[in-house]
Design a protein around this ligand. Structure first.
Ligand SMILES: Cc1cn([C@H]2C[C@H](O)[C@@H](COP(=O)(O)OP(=O)(O)OP(=O)(O)O)O2)c(=O)[nH]c1=O
Length: 191
């Protein structure tokens, strides 16, 4: 099947989730700098990054097809927790998340025919209290390194999650319901 869409993402989770929407797609891999501006609100930041990725993807796409991109951040007390830069950073994120609620924000952007639309999905996630042993063992699993907030709900950190209020697929990196609607608006999906 010829592609109808490009996904501008190196995230294997985003590719796996997009498969669920049954639209043939190919990857483009733009490089976009991820740096929050002073006083930039978390919701603005995550939407800007998704838009930057979609725009950069459209600039390098080999064919004039719509380009989808996303960004995920974890927000705790107005602080943005991105991917841990090292072990100390990863352990400190997990200690902060322990026994508390935080928000996971995922923005998805679609660039097509010179247009750009972005949607933001915010999900509340509750963690149980984590012991130092939980935290050290989880870090040693290798799972936290490439994930916003230093955890993956779909993996070993699933056992830390007491409840979520919102979209599970958004926490993993691509909100299925909202992305399907976005792809309909962009004419990628019909019906
Ligand atoms: C909170 C959480 C994040 N994540 C992942 C989703 C994203 O892949 C990653 C956040 O990093 P992002 O910067 O959103 O994305 P990425 O760098 O992995 O990929 P790309 O920019 O090329 O699209 O964290 C999980 O897999 N599970 C979780 O529970």
């Amino acid at each position: 099947m010829p592609p109808l869409l490009y996904l501008a993402s190196a995230s294997p989770r985003r590719s796996e989730l997009l498969v669920m929407l049954e639209v043939p797609f190919e990857l483009v891999l733009p490089r976009v700098e991820e740096q929050r501006r002073p006083n930039e609100a978390a919701a603005d930041y995550v939407q800007r990054l998704a838009q930057d990725k979609a725009t950069a993807g459209a600039a390098m796409a080999p064919r004039p097809l719509p380009v989808l991109a996303g960004d995920t951040i974890v927000v705790l007390d107005d602080d943005v927790l991105e991917k841990p830069v090292d072990k100390a950073d990863g352990l400190s994120m997990l200690r902060r998340l322990s026994g508390r609620n935080h928000q996971v924000m995922t923005a998805m952007a679609l660039a097509w025919q010179g247009r750009l639309e972005v949607v933001l999905v915010t999900t509340e996630v509750s963690f149980r209290t984590l012991s130092e042993t939980d935290i050290e063992r989880y870090w040693a699993s290798g799972e936290p390194t490439d994930k916003a907030g230093g955890y993956g709900i779909q993996g070993l950190a699933g056992r830390f999650v007491v409840r979520i209020n919102g979209s599970y697929s958004a926490v993993v990196g691509l909100p299925l319901v909202e992305t399907e609607a976005l792809l309909r608006r962009g004419g990628v999906l019909s019906g």
